[in-house]
Design a protein around this ligand. Structure first.
Ligand code: URA
Length: 438
């Protein structure tokens, strides 16, 4: 195989065979394909796209480029969840323990956050002692024992995907829906998932801001999953305002605890139980998503979900004293109120701007190796549509140094739009792929 021939073939609109894709990814993984040729091929794919057969072949080749996890010893499918990333998105940490309590084994391998705030792994690591670096054996053992384990991505799983992503990142080819779909699904397949719930975020705090693109990504990932014999549901959800009220790692862990105690913001409780309900239905643990959702709401009411969360934390070395008494968590040095400059209805709380301010405070990272500050972030007091009076506290800024505090407060005002008219309530969900029989 000459890579040049594949570049020309794709450039001219032809279809690559499964054998060609397998060989290409294998050689690339071994370091035998120069970056300049792989970059050229990525750019031809960016413009020519991939058909379903090519996409499935690419996903499978990436999935099998390293270690794969096999949960067949459990005698049941394991589930996984993926979110394309949003602001205040802590759904995994709420939904995960709830579905695990309902008998769904959840084996979740997560990346660290890049951009607005930390990812699930960063949030978990803000609990003292919690270990996210696990061997595959330990990870599988924990899933068997507790029905839930969450670990950080390793270089051993889908190494070719990691190399390809690094190249996409510097060649302007990240924003291709086929490549995004193959990238996400390869990691789910390699991690042994049989049932996958995909949360495709759409809006001002998401990397997709175009409705058609969000649904195309949702459908593409669903199609890949089906082709590969996986049960998949993609849900396109609203990311125009932050989820919940807390943005920042420790602040979000505290909010997870509130939701699991039945005291959390309604949007988080609703979205976590809706997505979990779909997963229960997919796994045959509920007759339909609605029934699944109701069961998970019961697990919030009776404390079963909270108990499972504590079990997850303890099993991975986390100190449960912090969960019993969240006031033990370190707090940021400065806590400044942001007051409403006028009275009126909140017409917008711009998730992207809130996320950027959180990153500026140190809650997120702008490059991979950057340390994050677990204590900083923003806590909001309102949702879009609510009435505020002049001088009311819109939000608190939690900062660890005066310079970032000052810059954050200045920028944060731009995230709020207050007007005379009451804005329409924002929907939580835009749509589900496939439309699920309820
Ligand atoms: N997230 C991924 O995992 N892969 C992409 O290509 C883009 C977002």
């Amino acid at each position: 195989m000459r890579v040049l021939d594949l570049i020309c073939k794709k450039r001219d609109g032809e279809i690559l065979t499964t054998e060609e894709i397998n060989l290409l990814i294998d050689e690339f993984n071994r370091g035998n394909v120069p970056d300049y040729q792989m970059s050229a091929l990525l750019m031809t794919i960016y413009f020519q796209g991939l058909n379903t057969k090519e996409l499935t072949a690419l996903t499978a080749a990436l999935a099998h480029s390293g270690d794969t996890l096999d949960f067949s010893f459990l005698g049941t499918m394991v589930a996984d969840k993926h979110s394309t990333g949003g602001v205040g998105d802590k759904i995994t940490l709420i939904m995960g323990p709830l579905v695990a309590a309902a008998g769904v084994p959840l084996a979740k391998i997560s990346g660290r956050g890049l951009g607005f705030t930390g990812g699930t792994i960063d949030k978990l690591e803000s609990i003292p002692g919690f270990k996210t670096r696990l061997s595959a054996e330990k990870f599988m053992e924990l899933v068997k024992e507790n029905n839930i384990a969450i670990m950080a991505q390793t270089d051993k799983i889908t190494p070719a995907e990691g190399k390809l992503y690094a190249l996409r990142d510097v060649t302007g080819t990240v924003e291709n829906l086929s490549l995004i779909a193959a990238s996400i699904m390869s990691k789910k397949i390699a991690a042994g998932a049989g049932a996958i719930i995909l949360d495709v975020k759409l809006g001002k705090g998401a990397f997709i801001q175009d409705r058609e693109a969000a649904f195309r990504l949702a459908e593409t990932m669903f199609r890949i999953g089906k082709e590969m014999g996986r049960e998949v549901i993609s849900v396109v959800t609203n990311m125009n305002q932050p989820l919940g009220f807390a943005v920042g790692n420790i602040l979000e862990i505290k909010e997870v605890l509130s939701v699991l105690k039945g005291e959390g913001p309604a949007d988080l409780e609703q979205l976590s139980t809706i997505l979990g309900g779909y997963l229960l239905a997919l796994m045959g643990k509920a007759r339909n998503p609605e029934e699944g959702k109701e069961e998970l709401l019961r697990f919030i009411k009776d404390g079963t979900g909270l108990a499972k969360f504590k079990e997850l934390i303890a099993a991975q070395g986390g100190d449960n004293a912090y969960l019993e008494d969240p006031s033990l968590f370190p707090t940021a040095k400065f806590n400044q109120e942001l007051v409403a400059p006028r009275s009126g209805y909140l017409q917008e709380i711009h998730a992207g701007k809130i996320g950027r301010v959180a990153a500026l405070l140190g809650a997120g990272r702008s490059y991979k190796e950057q340390q994050i500050d677990p204590a900083v972030g923003i806590t909001l007091n309102y949702k879009v549509g609510e009435l505020v009076v002049e001088g009311a506290t819109l939000a608190h800024v939690h900062a660890n140094d005066e310079d970032s505090l000052e810059a954050a407060v200045k920028e944060l005002y731009g995230a709020f739009t207050i007007g005379e008219e009451k804005a329409e309530d924002l929907p939580l969900i835009y749509g589900v792929v496939p439309s699920f029989p309820c």
